[in-house]
Design a protein around this ligand. Structure first.
Ligand SMILES: Cc1cc2nc3c(=O)[nH]c(=O)nc-3n(C[C@H](O)[C@H](O)[C@H](O)COP(=O)(O)O)c2cc1C
Length: 378
């Protein structure tokens, strides 16, 4: 069921899965929803232009499962006229929210004026928020994808995606979904003092702030004092502030929430290979059997969604899951060469055998995989 403005009803502090291009794809999101159950989930960002020149890729990236709710589609671009129809499409796909990326530092994005580039063009950033909101409002009033000239190929793909996920071609009700923004503290330097008020003027439901400038990329550490300042600036406004950057586990989240007063936080890199991170309070780290079961489930989902041609993109996830295992380096070196489910099963089975036998490296007869394991845990 789509929630009417979930931001208003969700418990705080909110702890969500941060959008990551090439990582938070439909398979990883499904696995995180099933095994981590964060408070909310963002898709990886999708270019608004893709909806029109590559509708297949657009819909594949925005595929989701009902268990991911609340699930937010993140989009980026620089042309307000494209955000308007894309907001319609995101509504029609039944998402719980739409998030506008105003923080991506990648050259091919920011240098063209999209993503973090919008920090330099605040008027354009505001027009984009307004165009998105107008798209949502007109959709709620009954405007159809056909009315606004969306190509029929995309309309058919939206219907097919909805049917596959929910059994219905359209969402059950036309509810106004909330608009949020994810950004950084500045382009070359911290401009929170001027940038956050600019965004607040448009009253987004939430602003997520990654505590680095674009120029920093991922260097140095996230500036949580700048995030705390954004919280002060936003106090009294209806907009929630979420902090982001360098949170390694739930205790980091708790500490930062206490220190800064943010309404919540998003976790990015610390979730890679660790969908359980969100459950840290409930449960200890998973044992080998659970970890392998989830790796297989993830790989199976991925192969079903993307096919074996794209399986190369699954390898990094498999490698991330190995962190902390005895013989991780060797297991990883095999997993980064797999081409499909069968290879994954063979690798994991050979690893389990070598652990069970606590043996020094031998060649597993069935798989041909040789695990030079460190001593197995007692
Ligand atoms: C591989 C990768 C891809 C990312 N893609 C996106 C994206 O599509 N949209 C976005 O808003 N941020 C993106 N980010 C930024 C993260 O959402 C997050 O802001 C950043 O990694 C800092 O948080 P962390 O320290 O918890 O990882 C990406 C980060 C990484 C590492």
């Amino acid at each position: 069921m789509i929630l009417k403005n979930f931001w208003k009803v969700i418990n705080r502090p909110i702890v969500g899965l941060s959008p990551m291009d090439g990582v938070t794809d439909p398979s990883f999101r499904f696995i995180v929803a099933r095994h981590g159950r964060p408070d909310l989930i963002f898709t990886e960002f999708v270019n608004v232009e893709t909806a029109f020149f590559a509708p297949d890729a657009f819909i594949k990236d925005l595929t989701y499962d009902e268990i991911e709710r609340p699930v937010i589609a993140q989009v980026y671009g620089r042309d307000p006229e494209l955000f308007y129809p894309v907001a319609h499409v995101v509504c029609e796909l039944g998402f719980d929210g739409i998030d506008i990326n105003m923080g991506c530092p990648a050259k091919k994005v920011a240098a063209k004026g999209s993503g973090g580039g919008l920090i330099k063009t605040p008027d354009l950033a505001r027009r984009i928020v307004r165009a998105t909101r107008a798209g949502i409002e007109h959709w709620v009033q009954g405007q159809t994808l056909l009315d606004i000239g969306i190509p029929s190929e995309l309309i058919q793909k939206v219907k097919a995606s909805n049917r596959l996920r929910s059994g219905c071609e359209s969402p059950p009700a036309r509810l106004p979904i909330p608009v949020s923004v994810k950004t950084r503290i500045g382009y070359e330097r911290n401009v929170v003092e001027s940038w956050i008020p600019t965004l607040l003027d448009e009253a987004p439901a939430a602003i997520t702030i990654h505590g680095r400038t674009l120029a920093q990329g991922y260097k140095g550490s996230a500036d949580w004092e700048a995030i705390a300042r954004a919280v002060e600036i936003a106090s009294g406004s209806p907009t929630l502030i979420l902090g982001n950057g360098d949170l390694r586990d739930m205790s980091d989240v708790v500490r930062r929430v206490r220190e800064t007063g943010v309404d919540g936080a998003l976790l990015g890199r610390s979730t890679q290979g660790n969908p359980w991170i969100f459950r840290a309070k409930e449960k200890a780290a998973p044992g080998l059997a659970e970890r392998f079961a989830v790796m297989l489930e993830h790989a199976r989902h991925f192969e079903r969604h993307w096919g074996t041609e794209r399986f190369v993109a699954m390898r990094k996830h498999l490698a991330w899951y190995c962190s902390g295992l005895p013989g991780a380096a060797t297991l990883r070196s095999h997993l980064v060469r797999v081409n499909g489910m069968n290879d994954v099963v063979r690798c994991l089975r050979a690893y389990e055998l070598s652990i069970a036998e606590r043996r020094p490296p031998t060649v597993a007869a069935e798989s041909g995989v040789d695990f030079a394991c460190e001593p197995a845990p007692s």
